[in-house]
Design a protein around this ligand. Structure first.
Ligand SMILES: Nc1nc2c(ncn2[C@@H]2O[C@H](COP(=O)(O)OP(=O)(O)OP(=O)(O)O)[C@@H](O)[C@H]2O)c(=O)[nH]1
Ligand SMILES: [Mg+2]
Length: 323
């Protein structure tokens, strides 16, 4: 049977196989992905992000169990961009969701970067699509940290949960610039530890300063993931957020925006491949690189020189200065 049919028949191994192809940037994944497109658009994509060791995986485990009690199916993608050299096994150890993997209504996948951080955001988006098409009601993306790549990965989510823990001190200030604005729900996990109230207050104070968040006031929740405390409240808040997204029209806007971005990315890849494969003289390219390094030419003019035939220009021949 073809891979797409197998996936639509509920075959987890076919899902795993297609995901591996996506990770390997195997072009054979494109056809199944294009065939699955019509089946996507139903899953609620939830991003869970926060510093290493804040308890994201423990929390996801409990949250998934809570969703399962509601008879929702859940796909989990654990992305670890901070350790490009760790293999699947180590990553697997960090997931702490062993008993979930035997549940037919749950699909878990961990993804390392395999050396190309830049493509990880796109890969994650495609994997989320596969799980969406597979029929998962919820797709949870767990990412570590607060860097640009994590923010990009989190940008696939419709609801983003930021997980912090007490005692990080300046950490809260540091994440402020990075991910404060992408958080829809804030969790102070490990609330059994000293300082949970302080962390909670700090978050609330920072949220007060944000005038953008009027329509939806991001809640700050105290959770003890290891004791399954606060998990039901978290699930309810996530569902409230989905309801808000739908009723406010925001879900539609987010989806339209992402469709545009994704389409543009695919278009760019096609165009770049076309030009690089057929029309750019490799010798000329290498020669220009050498000239850019020796400052005989600048990269903008060099690019214009190569793309002149297509009338595509970065703008170096255009002397109008609009600013
Ligand atoms: N005291 C306490 N410990 C917790 C709690 N939640 C998780 N932990 C512990 O914190 C440690 C890290 O938990 P993980 O769930 O692996 O954290 P993570 O954020 O997924 O970690 P990375 O994926 O490595 O970034 C584990 O030893 C957990 O048992 C909690 O609510 N209270
Ligand atoms: Mg983890």
């Amino acid at each position: 049977m073809r891979i797409v049919e197998r996936i639509l028949n509920g075959d987890k191994r076919a899902v795993a196989r297609l995901i591996s192809m996506i990770e390997d940037r195997n072009r054979g994944a494109l056809k199944p992905l294009s065939e699955l497109h019509a089946r996507t658009g139903n899953a609620h994509i939830i991003g869970i992000t926060g510093p290493p060791g804040s308890g994201k995986s423990t929390l996801v485990d409990r949250l998934v169990k809570s969703y399962r009690r509601q008879e929702k199916t859940v796909g989990i993608i654990a992305v670890d961009p901070t350790s490009p050299f760790t293999g699947g096994a180590i990553l697997g150890d960090r997931i702490r969701m062993g008993d979930l993997s035997t549940d037919q209504g749950v699909f878990i996948r961990s993804m390392g970067t395999r050396g190309h951080l830049g493509g990880l955001a796109r890969t994650t988006g495609e994997v989320a699509k596969v799980l969406d098409a597979f029929g998962m009601d919820k797709v949870i993306i767990e990412t570590v940290g607060a860097g640009q790549s994590e923010v990009e990965i989190a940008s696939h989510a419709q609801t983003t949960v930021i997980v912090e823990m007490p005692g990080l001190g300046d950490e809260v200030q540091t994440i402020k610039a990075g991910i404060m604005e992408i958080g829809d729900i804030f969790v102070v996990n490990k609330a059994d530890r000293d300082g949970a109230e302080n962390t909670e207050l700090e978050f609330k104070a920072m949220l007060d300063l944000d005038p953008e968040k009027k329509e939806w006031e991001p809640p700050v929740l105290k959770v003890i993931a290891t004791q399954t405390e606060g998990i039901e409240e978290l699930r309810e808040k996530i569902e409230d957020h989905l309801t808000f997204l739908k009723s406010s029209g925001r879900l539609e806007r987010i989806n339209a925006e992402r469709t545009k971005t994704e389409f543009m990315e695919i278009l760019k890849t096609n165009l770049t491949n076309y030009i690089l494969e057929r029309s750019i003289d490799k010798g000329k390219f290498d020669e220009l690189v050498r000239q850019i390094i020796t400052r005989q030419i600048d990269p903008y003019s060099a690019a214009d020189e190569l793309t002149e035939a297509f009338e595509i220009r970065a703008g170096t021949s255009n002397s109008d200065d609009k600013d």
